[in-house]
Design a protein around this ligand. Structure first.
Ligand SMILES: [Fe+2]
Length: 318
């Protein structure tokens, strides 16, 4: 049942105007308004939909307030969609909407959907870097962009309680064909899709988690300059940077996080590690390697406290 990517994200939003302004400032294309909602599209034809928080068509969430209300995973064919429907119907309610999408809930209660993927090809401007014997940018200056558009939605991250992690991840690994890339007994489970894949499309994060909730979704930009430019642009537009810029320890992507008025955070990132099905998962007793580099706001205080507390405890048995 090949799941190929995140197809769409749907948020329940308290301040629709702020939510729309946030995603426009991130450079996404506003496609259409659906009733009281707003829809944004990546160049690869993934969508981010904002709906008023009290919209009765929104699936319920384990958390209150503005947040991610549903992730739709794209699959490669109608046959794969049927296979997922049959698998999930073994132990949970599966609903099919007139658009053909399947809707269900995962083991933690987060709403999930599945639809046949409809990607469009994208050709982001590749970074051109001069170095020693490489003149990739000859007779050209570096010009700042006037607008940057994230190419795609890369991953989604939920927080779960440590005791919820095993069941939460097993559902995706054993029932939906996800692959485990890294398991940090302190940070959480990093899972990817089958085939050549980013380090993670899905992370269940346990470090510092006090409840099950949406943490963040990530938008990919072409290169290092673009992440830095986008972060600077977001700050200039008044949005609150919460973490970064830096290069993550697991995934190794260059990143910058911003508080999302629609709930949780949105990350812009580039240059994440990639793996294929030959990769054997690694279990890290604690948090894994340190970040390659970290600037700006550094590690958030909440995470710093959780790391300090975890490091004082004896290692968990597993
Ligand atoms: Fe992330």
């Amino acid at each position: 049942m090949p799941i190929t990517r995140i197809e769409s994200l749907t948020f329940g939003v308290a301040d629709m105007a702020a939510g729309a302004r946030f995603f426009e400032d991130l450079g996404l294309e506003k496609r259409d308004a659906d009733g009281a909602g707003a829809r944004f599209r990546t160049p690869t034809n993934q969508t981010i939909t904002l709906r008023p928080i009290d919209d009765p068509s929104l699936p319920a969430s384990p958390e209150t307030g503005p947040t991610l209300r549903e992730v739709t995973w794209g699959v490669d064919s109608a046959a794969s969609l049927d296979a997922i429907a049959a698998e999930l119907a073994k132990d949970r309610a599966v609903r099919k909407t007139p658009d053909g999408a399947l809707h269900a809930r995962d083991e933690t209660g987060f709403a999930i959907a599945f639809a046949v993927s409809n990607p469009t090809p994208a050709t982001p401007a590749r970074p051109r870097v001069n170095n020693h014997d490489v003149s990739a940018r000859l007779n050209q200056r570096v010009a700042p962009p006037t607008r940057l558009t994230p190419t795609r939605i890369g991953h989604v991250v939920y927080r779960v309680l440590p005791e919820q992690r095993e069941k939460a991840s097993a559902f995706y690994l054993e029932r939906l064909g996800f692959k485990l890339t890294d398991r940090s007994l302190m940070v959480g489970d990093f899972m990817r899709l089958s085939g050549i894949s980013d380090h993670h499309q899905l992370l269940f994060m346990t470090i510092g988690s006090k409840e099950a909730r949406f943490d963040h979704a990530a938008l990919e930009l072409p290169g290092f300059d673009d992440v830095l430019w986008s972060g600077g642009h977001m700050k200039a537009r008044g949005w609150n940077g919460t973490w970064g810029p830096g290069r993550q320890p697991l995934g190794n992507h260059i990143f910058w996080h911003f508080a999302n008025p629609c709930g949780g955070e949105i990350e812009v990132f580039t240059d994440m590690d990639r793996f294929d099905d030959s990769w054997q998962p690694v279990v890290w007793e604690k948090n894994g390697p340190p970040p390659v580099w970290m600037l700006g706001e550094g590690i958030p205080a909440e995470l710093r406290e959780a790391i300090a507390a975890a490091n004082k405890k004896p290692p968990e048995e597993h």
